[in-house]
Write a protein of this length. Structure first.
Length: 198
C-alpha cells in the first residue's frame, strides 16, 4: 500500500512583489489570466484522475500496490500537459510505501476502514441528495450501481466487512429516494462518530 500525493505547479506563481505602503503589498503574478486558467484546468483534471481509486485519509491518499502504476502514468501525462503550457511547470508523484504489518498494527487499520466507509457514504449522498423524484429512475439506479462497482476498488484493505457493506448498500438502491437518503445519512453519521473516537 502507498501514501500518494500528486504535486502540480501552482497557477498563482509570484514573479515579483513590492510594498506600496506599510499596509499594502503588490504582487505581480508570473502568468496571465488565460494561462492561469489552463494550469488550473490541468490541476483539477489530473487530481481527479490520480485520486479516483484512492482512499482519502486525514488529507492523504492511500492506494493499493496495483494502482500505483496507473497513478504514475497520470503524473507523467499531467507533467506533459503542464510543460506544454510553460516549460518551467511540472507535475510529479510522491509515493511512500506502507507495509501491511504497519497498517494492521494498532488503530490505523480501523481508521482506514472507517475512512473508506465515510468516503463511500459521502459519494453516494452527493449523488442522491438532489434527486427530485420520489422513486429513483432506472438511469439513477444504474449510476448508483456503477458507483458501487467502483467502491470495490476502494477496498484497499481487502476487508470482507467492506465487501459486505457494499452488498448491503446494493439493496438500498431499490428503496424510495427519501429512504435511501435517511439510510445513507445514518450510516455516515455513525461512521463519522467512529472516526472521532480515534
Amino acid at each position: 500500500m502507498y501514501l500518494v500525493k500528486l504535486i502540480l505547479s501552482s497557477s498563482e506563481i509570484v514573479e515579483s512583489s513590492r510594498y506600496i505602503d506599510e499596509w499594502t503589498k503588490e504582487l505581480k503574478l508570473k502568468y496571465d489570466k488565460e494561462t492561469r486558467q489552463k494550469i488550473e484546468y490541468v490541476r483539477e483534471k489530473y487530481r481527479r484522475l490520480a485520486y479516483q481509486d484512492a482512499v482519502q485519509f486525514h488529507g492523504l491518499h492511500l492506494v493499493s500496490d496495483d494502482k500505483l502504476d496507473e497513478i504514475r502514468t497520470v503524473a507523467r501525462e499531467a507533467n506533459t500537459e503542464m510543460q506544454a503550457i510553460a516549460p518551467d511547470l511540472y507535475a510529479k508523484l510522491v509515493a511512500v510505501p506502507i507495509s501491511e504489518e504497519t497498517i494492521r498494527e494498532g488503530e490505523l487499520y480501523e481508521q482506514i476502514y472507517y475512512a473508506i466507509l465515510a468516503q463511500m457514504s459521502k459519494t453516494l449522498l452527493d449523488h442522491i441528495k438532489n434527486l427530485k423524484s420520489d422513486t429513483p429512475s432506472k438511469r439513477t439506479r444504474k449510476t448508483l450501481s456503477n458507483l458501487l462497482d467502483k467502491f470495490e476498488e476502494l477496498n484497499i484493505l481487502g476487508d470482507r466487512r467492506i465487501t459486505e457493506k457494499i452488498q448491503e448498500i446494493r439493496k438500498i438502491v431499490n428503496m424510495r429516494t427519501d429512504e435511501m437518503k435517511k439510510t445513507i445519512m445514518a450510516d455516515l453519521d455513525y461512521v463519522l462518530e467512529q472516526l472521532k473516537n480515534f
